[in-house]
Design a protein around this ligand. Structure first.
Ligand code: PBG
Ligand code: MG
Length: 353
C-alpha cells in the first residue's frame, strides 16, 4: 500500500475523525510538534550536542609582565602577558577545553618587511608555548603559521613590488613552524594560504624528528571583512596595505574550497579548517561530507564582535546567541570550533552538567 506521511494514500481524502473532531481541528496524522512537547522529549530526539571537547580557545599575547589589555573591538577579550596566558591555560584545563591557540601582538619595533621575528626561537609565541607547557603539559597548544603579526606591511607573506611571493614565503613559514614546534607546540596551523606550504612544513617537521607534531591547515580561508577586530588585536589593522585577495579565497566560491582542502590533505594535513565560520557553514558541510576528515571551523573575531556588541546593547540574549552559534557548527558537520567564546561557553556547559 502506498504510504504518504504515515497514512495509506487511498485514505487520504477520508477524514479520520468523522463527527468526533474538535471544531476547527486539522485532520493531521503527522504532528512534528509532539516530539518537542517537553524538555525531556526534545532531549531524546536531539541530533547534535556541543561539549567542551569541541572548543579551541584563541588567546592574544603581549610582551610584559602581569599585563592584561582590553581589545577595544572585542569586548571581553584581552591581550595577555605570558604569565597571564599561563593562568588562562590553567582555567582552560579546569574547564576541560582541550586546546589553546596563540596569537602574538608583536611590538612595532620588532616588525619588519620580512617578518623576521616570526623565526626568532625566543619570540612571544615561543615563550608562551614553553611557559604553558612547563606548567600544563597536558593541554594542547596550537600555533598559527603566517607572517602577518610580524611584518611591517601586515601581509602574511614576503612582498616584492606589491606582489606576495609564494615559494619564498613558504621557506620562511617552514622555519617559523620549526621554532614553534621545537618550543613545544603540538599543532602547527598554517593560516597563510600560500600554495604548497603544508607539504613543505610536514617535510621540515619530519626531517627535524618532529613527526608527532600535527598540522591543522587553514585549508579554505576566505578574504573576509570579519577579520577586522583580530587585526586590531594583533596590531596589523593600521599597517595593512591593500587586501589579501591574491592569496585568501574569494567568498563567492565553494567548489574551490574542496580543491584547496583536497590538496592540503594530500600534502599531509591531519585536520582541516574552514574560516570564517558562520557565513561559511555550507562550506563546512561540503568539506565534511566530501573528505570525512577532522574538520574545524573558526568563529572569527568579527563574528564574536557582532554577537558581543549586540548583547552589550541589549539587542539580543548574548548567552543564547553564543550557544546557538556554536551548536550550528556541530550541525554543519564540524568536529570543533575555534572561538573567543570558548571559556564562557565551557563555563556554561559545565554548569549545565
Ligand atoms: N593570517 C593570520 C590570521 N590568523 C587568524 C586570522 C583571523 C582570525 C580572526 O579574525 O579571529 C588571521 C587574520 C588574517 O588572515 O588577516
Ligand atoms: Mg592551499
Amino acid at each position: 500500500m502506498a504510504i504518504k506521511y504515515g497514512r495509506p494514500i487511498e485514505l487520504r481524502e477520508v477524514s479520520r475523525h468523522e463527527g468526533t473532531m474538535v471544531p476547527h481541528a486539522l485532520d493531521l496524522t503527522v504532528r512534528p510538534r509532539r516530539n518537542r512537547k517537553a524538555e525531556w522529549a526534545r532531549r531524546m530526539v536531539r541530533e547534535n550536542v556541543l561539549t567542551t571537547d569541541d572548543l579551541i580557545w584563541p588567546l592574544f599575547l603581549i610582551d610584559g609582565n602581569n599585563k592584561r589589555e582590553q581589545v577595544a573591538s572585542m569586548p571581553g577579550v584581552e591581550r595577555l602577558s605570558v604569565d597571564q596566558a599561563v593562568r588562562e591555560a590553567e582555567r582552560a584545563m579546569k574547564l576541560t577545553i582541550p586546546c589553546i591557540a596563540l596569537f602574538p601582538y608583536t611590538d612595532p619595533s620588532l616588525r619588519d618587511e620580512e617578518g623576521s621575528e616570526a623565526t626568532n626561537p625566543n619570540n612571544l609565541v615561543c615563550q608562551a608555548v614553553r611557559a604553558i607547557k612547563k606548567e600544563f603539559p597536558d593541554i594542547g597548544l596550537l600555533c598559527d603559521v603566517a607572517l602577518d603579526p610580524f611584518t611591517s606591511h601586515g601581509h602574511d607573506g614576503l612582498i616584492s613590488d606589491g606582489r606576495i611571493l609564494n615559494d619564498e614565503t613558504v621557506a620562511v613559514l617552514v622555519r617559523q613552524a620549526l621554532v614553534q614546534a621545537e618550543a613545544g607546540c603540538d599543532i602547527i596551523a598554517p593560516s597563510d594560504m600560500m600554495d604548497g606550504r603544508v607539504a613543505a612544513i610536514r617535510e621540515g617537521l619530519d626531517r627535524s624528528g618532529l613527526s608527532d607534531v600535527q598540522i591543522m591547515a587553514y585549508a579554505a580561508k576566505y578574504a573576509s571583512a570579519f577579520y577586522g577586530p583580530f587585526r586590531d588585536a594583533i596590531g596589523s589593522a593600521k599597517t595593512l596595505t591593500g587586501d589579501k585577495r591574491t592569496y585568501q579565497m574569494d567568498s563567492a566560491n565553494s567548489d574551490e574550497a574542496l580543491r584547496e582542502v583536497e590538496l592540503d590533505i594530500a600534502e599531509g594535513a591531519d585536520m582541516v579548517m574552514v574560516k570564517p565560520g558562520m557565513p561559511y557553514l555550507d562550506v563546512v558541510r561540503r568539506v565534511k561530507d566530501t573528505f570525512a576528515m577532522p574538520t574545524f571551523a573558526y568563529q572569527v573575531s568579527g563574528e564574536y564582535a557582532m554577537i558581543a556588541a549586540a548583547a552589550n546593547n541589549g539587542w539580543l540574549d548574548g548567552e543564547r546567541a553564543m550557544m546557538e552559534s556554536l551548536l550550528a557548527f556541530k550541525r554543519a558537520g564540524a568536529d570543533g570550533v575555534l572561538s573567543y567564546f570558548a571559556p564562557k561557553a565551557a563555563e556554561k556547559l559545565r554548569a549545565q552538567g
